[in-house]
Design a protein around this ligand. Sequence first.
Ligand code: RB5
Length: 151
Amino acid sequence: RKVLMRIAVGSDHAGYEDPPPYYKPEIVEYLMSLGIDVVDCGTDSAASVDYPDFARKVCASVLCGAAECGILICGTGMGIGMAANRYPGIRAAVCATPDMVFLARDHNDANVLCLGKRVLTLDQCKAFVDLWLKTPFGGGERHQRRIAKLG
Ligand code: RB5
């Protein structure tokens, strides 16, 4: 099997929140169906956990090069996105519309996509993943300059 890329995926218990579908395993399976290697950083059940712990695992995978980018899921995407953006070099984007996904890649060269289980349907999440994967960083001096200022 030709591996196109590696993506680290993590969630808190919202990734296994009833009623099914369970977003974390569904998104892992979806990525694998696209030929993407997944670094599954957990969690693996509905037991209550703390989103910063899973943000840390995914960010570590991205920063060490084990994965090219990351996908994080919590109830809203916000808590886990706040946690991810504490790590220099991580540009985590909480996305709630297709435009946000497109611009996160095109302008911000975001390397972590944050999704809210209680905000988006699973089909919307999959569509966001498709758009994320096919949208390159637009580049350009002004965007490069601003990203450089993020540190
Ligand atoms: C967990 O109940 C919930 O607070 C968390 O998943 C997330 O939405 C936080 O931002």
